[in-house]
Design a protein around this ligand. Structure first.
Ligand SMILES: NC(=O)c1ccc[n+]([C@@H]2O[C@H](COP(=O)([O-])OP(=O)(O)OC[C@H]3O[C@@H](n4cnc5c(N)ncnc54)[C@H](O)[C@@H]3O)[C@@H](O)[C@H]2O)c1
Length: 347
């Protein structure tokens, strides 16, 4: 059977993240990196030389040259660039957050549909092996704790920490809670930024009773990307940065009708910790491969184009995360204005 020809692709915006898109696309046999685009000519040239492709300074120069492009410019330009791509029959992977407004996201979804183009959103953590490895163990989610902290990036200053950082966990939580959000409590505060929040703490309650506590900070002195998921019969502990996951499960002993923890004679047990985490609860560290989430994400994008399949993170999912982010920001703003007198407000 003849294999598909490589998909001709370009990267638009080759700054901090976009240069990695270029590197990975250059490595994928299913893709042919035709060009990189950056409004800073020197940057475009340097990356094009490194990855042996054409350097362009205006994405409109891509017309007729590519089948697909990844949009890795600052968020304020996502809509304008992606819109032009779809209008010119080019498939697009748009980095997170998908766009500024709900209206922009909806327009991109409609346009991609009308033009029959693939629209994928760059929620890269969906391709993190830590998350993928525990998907099957995740049943009846009751409670989620997520922490995503990093030092101030001095990039992405056109959005706050909710749109920039927390959006990853909002997307993951929506994808695993399997229910609609019923209630939101949110507190945000700026620290270094003048216009945007740098720290956010959010509690979401879902219609099925699941609760998610999500914290994001971009003024932390350390980087943390962790999530803990409590299910009916298991506890899942994920470290996205280390790409590791642990599954805690009850042993069959706990389900025996005649077993009651209250009736145990603990005076005969030497090491209680060992007893709990061996006899009552089993801990399994999931063996995780070395795959790079960005490579998996871009491979998936190219494969969806070749097979005409809906991406795992579609425009609709990108929009759902943006909608939730907007609701969180509105509620946090109401809380801030209620409690901080006008003369002390910095946000
Ligand atoms: N998925 C993730 O984990 C992740 C991580 C980092 C950044 N991002 C997203 O990627 C995007 C870029 O972030 P970054 O950190 O790489 O930013 P960056 O500032 O390092 O890079 C952006 C690049 O785009 C170029 N650019 C700006 N406007 C342009 C235009 N109109 N046409 C062509 N080039 C243009 C800039 O010159 C710059 O080189 C943002 O949307 C950000 O949210 C996602």
């Amino acid at each position: 059977m003849a294999s598909n020809p490589p998909v001709k692709v370009a990267v638009i915006g080759v700054g901090h993240l976009g240069k990695n898109h270029a590197r990975v696309l250059r490595e994928l046999p299913s893709a042919e990196l035709v060009a990189v685009v950056d409004s800073r000519e020197k940057v475009a040239r340097e990356i094009a030389e490194r990855f042996h492709c054409e350097a362009l300074t205006d994405y409109r120069q891509l017309k007729g040259k590519v089948d697909a492009a990844t949009v890795v410019v600052p968020t304020r330009h996502h809509y304008e660039v992606a819109k032009w791509l779809f209008e010119n029959n080019i498939h697009a992977l748009v980095e997170k957050p998908m766009a500024y407004t709900i209206d922009e996201c909806q327009k991109l979804i409609e346009l991609a549909k009308k033009q029959k183009r693939i629209l994928q959103v760059g929620h890269i953590e969906r391709f993190n092996p830590a998350l993928k490895s525990i998907r099957n163990a995740m049943k009846t989610v009751a409670f989620i704790e997520a922490d995503r902290l990093s030092p101030y990036p001095f990039r992405s200053t056109d959005v706050g920490v909710v749109m920039d950082v927390m959006i990853h966990d909002l997307d993951i939580v929506l994808s695993i809670a399997d229910s609609e959000v019923e209630d939101i409590q949110a507190v945000c505060t700026p620290v270094l930024s003048k216009r945007f929040e740098d720290i956010a703490s959010v509690r979401l309650t879902f219609k099925n009773g699941a609760v998610a506590n999500i914290t994001a900070s971009r003024i932390s002195d350390k980087s943390v990307r962790k999530m803990r998921i409590f299910c009916a019969d298991s506890y899942l502990n994920l470290d996205f940065a280390a790409k590791q996951a642990w599954i805690y499960k009850k042993t069959p002993k706990l389900d025996q009708a005649d077993f009651h923890v209250e009736n145990l004679d603990v005076s005969n047990i030497d090491n209680l910790m060992q007893f709990v985490f061996n006899d009552l609860i089993r801990v399994e560290q999931v063996v995780i491969g070395e795959e790079e989430p960005l490579k998996e994400e871009l491979r998936h994008f190219i494969s969806c184009i070749q097979k005409g399949e809906r991406p795992e993170v579609s425009g609709e999912e990108g929009l759902a995360a943006i909608r939730l982010a907007h609701d969180i920001l509105r509620i946090a703003r109401e809380h801030y204005e209620k409690h901080v007198p006008p003369e002390h407000r910095k946000w």
